[in-house]
Design a protein around this ligand. Sequence first.
Ligand SMILES: [Zn+2]
Length: 494
Amino acid sequence: MESLATQNVRIFNSLNGIKEDFTPINKKSVGMYVCGPTVYSKVHLGNCRTFISFDIVYRYLKFLGYKVRYVRNITDAGHLENDADEGEDRIAKKARIEEIEPMEVVQKYTVDFHQTLTKFNTLPPSIEPTATGHIVEQIEVIKQILEAGFAYEIDGSVYFDVIKFNKTSTYGKLSGRKLEDMIHNTRETSGQSEKQNPQDFALWKRAQPEHIMRWPSPWSDGFPGWHLECTAMSTKYLGNQFDIHGGGMDLKFPHHECEIAQGEAISSQTPAKFWVHANMLTLNGKKMAKSTGNNILPDEIFDGSNSIMKRAFSPAVTRFFMLQAHYRSVLDISNDAMVASEKGFSKLMQAVVLSNTVETSAVTTDFDVLNWKQKCYDAMNDDFNTPILIANLFDAVKFIQNLQGGRATISENDLKTLNSTLHDFVTNVLGLVNEEENDNDNYLNGAMSLLIELRNDARNRKDFETSDKIRDALHNVGIELKDGSQDTTYTLRK
Ligand SMILES: [Zn+2]
């Protein structure tokens, strides 16, 4: 494919802190793993930003012609309340509070997650494996780590031996932490933990009698440690080493650090070549947190049922807002920022519609279309820089407005390139949809105004047979016509 050969993508690698040329391990195929949600509550907006960021990576690599296998897991077991392998399982806790089965919690919030991401127009991953569906694979990985000598068993639980691992490898290389500092900074937990060292992490935990989600294993009836599922599933579907591993910035430590340790313990290879992290989303300049009330859910933005925004904003506007910042920058959401994004979004979408009605009037073009097109690619090639891409798109918006106003000209060929490039980057790469165009209500409104007009014509001709036929036929499909003094309106019978 032409694009594959000519576009040089560079990606910022969290492993070494530099932008590197992206060359997939298997030429035209890309393997990408992104840590998915723990499905114990409604997906929050910050997580949506992470998944939208990786949707852009997925879309752009596919757009360039790569065959991408995108694996994003669902954590439905094993994620405890804190990182020290203590506390209740988040899903089991929610099940207890809501008085339902853990798998009902999982189902409920998996559905919410999918529905929300669909509203944001993110593409589904190629494989979406669950932790509970891969218990056998996780047990296998534990056996391999034990065999390699990097884990130990105590009373039915198995822990990863970080100190031993660090003798032949580097624990902390992703987050830049040093094991000695971690040990130095850890206060003794007065023998509460059975771990040999506080930095060790659980691969398998023996279940307490009250723990509902449990599986048999060679060590005990228990459940896997949270970090393990990603190693088991990424290895199964992408191999010991794959191209891109993504997730939110907060997962760098300990989650991704532990994934690297597990991967290296079983294969001596760092699981992924590129580690990519999306930054966080703040609200009105402050960290989002349920406990402080500085929090907003995606649906509360879409329907306006919140005390933070002055009104509702659509999913497409919210997506556009997020793409106006680079994925590695902190982004702050506020009412004013959303109002500004909404204006920008509507201007961009109007220009996309306008560009299809522009007439070619000259052999010359007052805009370097080919250069502009390459600049769009360059922005995305440079670590998926969506804000720069959007700025370039607005150069085209301005030019289209000039064309429409008769202040500029364009040749037929250039117009073709302009339109297809605009469509490619707006629709395929950024995943932005023109909500007005896709709104079913608009189709219905269009069809209804035609029917109402035909009926009025019939009535004016005193052709009551036809006018009654239209009214009755609409009534039969649940649409009621109402004749007012000025005009005829319709309502849908619910
Ligand atoms: Zn993970």
